[in-house]
Ligand binder design. Structure first.
Ligand code: RIB
Length: 311
């Protein structure tokens, strides 16, 4: 039986307010949308939920606000079996929220108001230090202060913990704080914004990954949406194709990829195989509406994997 990984996500929790519409208003214009969905989101929380649904023991380190959303977010973690001991509610601050706009082809645009996520500090990492020293893998994103991301990476390095950083949303970063990082996982637009190099196809992705590797991280996984992923290290690069799915909403697909990848790798699968399986997990997440609610649980995922790839 596969090892059950222990994964900690130090990151954001948002409430997603998703509007589906044929088109979106111009300045000064009011139009009707077709559908609305309210759900739990945030890149950190989504990645934690994906890892949990894939079967890991998951620990969340986060901050939520003192509005209706804060306690609901904590209750959602607990309901899913995610340890929320280090999810703190902060008085007088709003929770993170994300108005999301989805086009008929499933493409999304996301606006994030960070709220309490912006108050997650290195001291919160210190508070959880004893727990964090027991985990196999730490997962981080950029919806919390970058000083906390850098501090956590350095904590992981000192304590020999595998560390995955998803630079989302893209911001200008200090790559020297990430030297020696195990996995840096941007999507096309994040990679483009960090390097200034366009990523329109796999060849572009390879050039961009080379530049990112020169910054000192060990491995890059550049996620390419419907084109799969590029796995890159100093020993070479490999394009890992996507699986064919009928996509209705791509929101959270990158989070599904990262959360599931951390589990597949932690279970002991070879890296390329972990990427391939995460490609399918992410693809399947786009076949349903919303973020966390579109993620497959392990039994459903395994059945889909077996149907497409055998055991
Ligand atoms: O990656 C998708 C997520 O981005 C959404 O859940 C939203 O909250 C934003 O954080």
């Amino acid at each position: 039986m596969a090892k059950r990984p222990r994964i900690a996500v130090i990151g954001s929790a948002n409430i997603d307010l998703t509007t589906f519409s044929d088109r979106f208003p111009k300045a000064g214009e009011t139009i009707f949308g077709q559908k609305f969905d309210l759900g739990f989101g945030g890149k950190g929380a989504n990645q934690a939920v994906a890892s949990r649904l894939c079967g890991a023991d998951v620990f969340m380190v986060a901050r939520v606000g003192s509005d209706l959303f804060g306690p609901a977010t904590i209750a959602n973690f607990k309901k899913l079996g995610i340890d929320a001991t280090y999810v703190k509610q902060i008085e007088g601050v709003s929770s993170g929220v994300a108005p999301i706009f989805v086009e008929p082809n499933g493409q999304n645009r996301i606006l994030v108001v960070k709220g309490a996520n912006d108050l997650l500090k290195p001291a919160d990492v210190d508070a959880a230090a004893n727990l964090l020293k027991t985990i196999d893998c730490m997962v981080l994103q950029f919806e919390i202060p970058l000083e906390t991301v850098y501090y956590s990476v350095s904590f992981a390095r000192k304590n020999n913990i595998r560390c995955v950083v998803n630079p989302a949303p893209a911001q200008s970063i200090n790559m020297s704080a990430l030297v020696g990082l195990d996995y840096f996982v941007p999507n096309e637009s994040e990679a483009e914004s960090i390097t200034g190099m366009p990523v329109r196809n796999v060849d572009d992705a390879k050039k961009c990954a080379k530049k990112l590797l020169s910054g000192g991280v060990k491995r890059i996984i550049l996620t390419l949406g419907a084109n799969g992923s590029l796995l890159a290290g100093r020993d070479g690069m490999e394009h890992v194709p996507a699986f064919s799915v009928k996509s209705v909403d791509s929101t959270g697909a990158g989070d599904a990829f990262i959360g599931s990848f951390a589990v597949f790798l932690g279970e002991g699968l070879p890296e390329r195989e972990a990427v391939r399986r995460a490609n399918l997990y992410a693809g399947l997440s786009t076949t349903g509406v919303g973020t966390q609610k579109s993620f497959y649980d392990r039994a459903r995922y395994d059945a889909e994997w077996a149907a497409r790839c055998g055991s």
